[in-house]
Design a binder for this molecule. Structure first.
Ligand code: HEM
Length: 458
């Protein structure tokens, strides 16, 4: 059992019953975290459990020190421990030190920006089919449709699954597994029963049960691809094939267990996040009629690409899907004037930093023009985290978002929405629109299935 941490020298933070702190942290994060910032300053302490003390960091300068600090002393893998039951201990998100570097090097080439373009046509075809099924003239929650698109993209582009029936077969248990960890009431159960492990009838036991068929399918895909390669089949361009061929500096390939954990990582880190970013973008633009009008007027025009990029950048600023990243201290370190002991986690808070009025005047205003002709600062716009742990799929996500949004704008005319902004709800590690991003299609722009204008930027 870990020795109790002396918290007396840590930055201040909420002192009430831990149950209340945890409940507010999980259920009202977009109010709770800014309230703490207001009350305690840019660095404050939240204790979620005896072994999980988090120093929330809303100071951009300190966050930069964390991102650029010594990775041997600031372990992201140890900070991400809550993801282990889903992703597995060999996931790149869970590893630290040389093991992390090895795995990250093996995984980087398939995510190179240039390669993304090769996946664009598949992404567009998938998006077109889903968008063509949207109802006209009635409001609906767009998040499930975005999840379906991004999940299909991962299955086809990462796993290389080509058969529609197999895509459906893989999707169902995966969605069940995800829903078991993301609904708010389940989140509380999972948080409070972590110490019980995955015994039957516990919340984690349920997750383990739902994991079994997903695991089986992932191993089946790995075995099928290995068998194809052994039989001298045509080379594929999907990411699983590239990972199977990848070799580390010692000439060693990834083992089946490593491949399983990385595929689960790409599935979970790659589809829910991108779907949520898309849902937020649609939620934001339909509540800002002038933004929507400009996007719709410029749809298909190469000159409109810069504005669409600015819209995506501003959405990820104001509604960062992952609100914070975590690094666990391996030795005592000083941040923001506080001497922090080994064992605590320091967490650059993306939500707070993106709302710093010194970086973004009138931070609550949704104003894509902020980013027209101006690239955001590396450590000021951090929806994908930073340093050597920066999101491996950032180019993939931005490219996919652009393709999907261009497809929507080409196929549908969206109606402005006068309802209040949707609240934030936490789904495990992501912040999603509480009502699923409700939108209305006013009319169809082109016959379903017609190709939208080609992509101009990547
Ligand atoms: C809008 C969509 C996405 C957002 C907001 C997002 C955000 C993040 C964040 C905040 C991190 C942690 C960075 C840190 O600790 O500094 C991360 C890591 C990661 N993401 Fe993403 N992500 C997105 C999409 C994707 C996609 C599409 C993939 C792959 C298909 C992906 C794969 C990964 C991986 C493998 C890591 C671990 C990197 C490492 O530890 O070295 N993500 N992501």
């Amino acid at each position: 059992m870990a020795a109790a941490l002396d918290t007396s020298t840590l930055p201040p933070g909420p002192r009430g019953p831990r149950l209340l702190t945890v409940a507010r942290f999980l259920l009202q994060p977009e109010r709770f975290i800014p309230e703490c910032r207001e009350r305690y300053g840019p660095l404050f302490t939240i204790t979620l459990s005896p072994d999980r003390t988090i120093i929330v960091c809303g100071d951009p300068a300190v966050a930069k020190e964390v991102f650029t600090g010594d990775p041997a002393l600031l372990h992201a893998g140890a900070g991400n421990v809550v993801l282990r039951p889903l992703l597995g201990a060999r996931s790149v998100l869970l590893l630290d030190g040389p093991e992390h570097l090895r795995q990250r090097r093996l995984m980087l080439p398939p995510f190179h920006g240039e390669r993304m373009r090769g996946y664009g046509e598949r992404m567009r075809t998938i998006a077109e089919r889903h968008v063509s099924q949207w109802p006209v003239g009635e409001s609906f929650a767009v998040h499930p449709s975005m999840q379906a698109i991004t999940l299909e993209v991962i299955l086809r582009v990462v796993f290389g699954v080509e058969d529609a029936a197999r895509v459906a077969q893989l999707s169902a248990p995966l969605r069940q597994l995800l829903d078991s960890t993301t609904q708010p009431r389940r989140l509380l159960g999972l948080q409070f029963t972590r110490s019980q492990g995955a015994r039957p009838r516990t919340p984690w036991g349920r997750v383990k049960r739902l994991m079994a068929p997903v695991d089986r399918m992932v191993y089946e895909e790995i075995a099928a691809r290995r068998a194809e390669a052994a039989a001298g089949g045509e080379p594929h361009d999907d990411i699983l094939s590239l990972l199977l061929e990848a070799r580390d500096e010692q000439g060693e390939p990834l083992t089946d267990l490593e491949l399983r954990d990385e595929l689960m990582t790409l599935l979970l880190a790659g589809h829910e996040t991108t779907a949520t970013a898309l849902a937020w973008t649609l939620e934001r633009i339909t509540r800002h009629p002038h933004v929507l009008a400009r996007l719709q007027d410029e749809a298909g025009d190469p000159a409109g690409a810069a504005y669409l990029d600015a819209v995506m950048t501003e959405t990820l600023r104001l509604r960062p899907v992952v609100p914070a990243v975590v690094r666990k201290l391996q030795a005592p370190l000083t941040f923001g004037g506080w001497e922090l002991p080994a064992g605590v986690n320091i967490a650059p808070n993306i939500w707070l930093i993106h709302r710093d009025p010194a970086l973004y005047p009138e931070p609550e205003a949704f104003r894509p023009e902020r980013f027209l002709g101006r690239r955001p600062g590396t450590y000021e716009w951090i929806p994908f985290g930073g340093g050597i742990r920066r999101c491996l799929g950032a180019s993939f996500a931005l490219y996919e978002m652009r393709v999907v949004l261009e497809t929507i704008l080409a196929q549908a005319r969206l109606a402005p929405n006068t309802a209040a902004a949707e609240r934030v709800t936490r789904r495990f590690v992501t912040f999603t629109p509480a009502d699923g991003g409700r939108i209305t299609v006013a009319s169809r722009r082109t016959p379903a299935g017609a190709s939208p204008a080609p992509l101009v930027a990547a």
